[in-house]
Design a protein around this ligand. Structure first.
Ligand code: BG6
Length: 285
């Protein structure tokens, strides 16, 4: 485990144990690389990602916190909260037999009072081993109740979007953010256009069938009853300065979320943990 600077003033933590390699940026506590030994990378990071304070990384696992998407009542506040483009503090690193554990913390006392007046902390723990486990715990340290949402906005690296489906959401209702309609998923989800779906009331493990890489990536979750599936497709990608024009072919976001109605009211002193465990199976054929 060691530190490097991706660019001046932009430290990352590098982990390399017998099970996997990983890189975690202190900015946003964003994991930008996870590659199990003998496997292809699991996590996609844009070749045009901008590594600078105040800019969320396009790729990796941005931590959307303490809300998901636009702020529910004030659209002058940043999309996906304010923690993904600010520095987190490294709390501890521990090497275990089967994994390396890294914990970082974000304290809302570092943001303007207008943005979030009530003292709240987020602690994120990564376990890097044969599986990638990520647990984000919010704690209300103020003396009144707060509402917490968010997401582990994971960009998965895939061989080709036309050769991918997401399994595990059959029969689940969704809000479609592209058409503004509701629907129910039938069978596996595949991709032929811009996709931005918030699946509701689901705690299911999803599986990304990445056929081009002959592998399946399993995304289990806890503390989450919503799953967001996103791919910007051609036009939207073209409008994003930090994503290459063809990059949409190489990733899909499957986000372990607390989105829309799936938010948590925390009384003073209360905590909520949102987490995901990612594993990969490579077919032997
Ligand atoms: C997804 C949202 O989670 O994130 C999309 O559902 C959004 O609507 C996407 O476009 C990317 O957001 P951003 O702020 O990182 O460009």
């Amino acid at each position: 485990l060691w530190f490097e600077e991706l660019s001046p003033g932009y430290p990352v933590i590098k982990i390399d144990n017998r099970h996997a390699k990983a890189t975690i940026a202190l900015l946003g506590a964003t994991l930008i690389e996870y590659t199990p030994t003998g496997s292809q990378p699991i996590i996609f990071t844009s070749s045009k990602a901008i590594f600078q304070e105040g800019k969320a990384i396009r790729g990796g696992i941005p931590v959307c916190w303490p809300w998901f998407g636009p702020h529910p009542s004030d659209n002058s506040k940043p999309n996906h909260g304010f923690a993904r483009d600010r520095f987190w503090e490294l709390k501890s690193t521990t090497k275990h037999e089967d994994y390396t554990e890294v914990t970082l913390e974000f304290d809302t006392r570092q943001v303007a009072n207008e943005l979030w007046p009530q003292h709240t902390t987020a602690e994120i723990t990564f376990r890097i081993g044969q599986a990638l486990d990520v647990q984000l715990t919010s704690c209300n340290r103020s003396d009144s109740s707060i509402t917490i949402g968010g997401a582990l906005h994971t960009y998965f690296d895939i061989a080709h979007i036309s050769d991918v489906s997401v399994i595990g959401l059959d029969g689940v209702t969704f809000a479609d953010k592209v058409t503004n309609k509701h629907g129910t998923q039938s069978g596996a989800l595949s991709f032929t256009k811009e996709t931005d779906l918030v699946f509701e009331k689901t705690m299911a493990t999803t599986t990304i069938d990445d056929r081009g890489n002959s592998r399946q990536i399993h995304v289990a979750k806890n503390g989450s009853r919503s799953t967001v599936v996103w791919n910007p497709w051609i036009e939207k990608s073209a409008g994003m300065g930090d994503l290459g024009n063809e990059d949409y072919l190489s990733f899909v976001c499957v986000e372990t979320a607390n989105a829309f109605d799936d938010v948590y009211t925390l009384e003073p002193g209360a905590i909520h943990t949102l987490g995901t465990t990612i594993t990969v199976n490579t077919s032997l054929s």
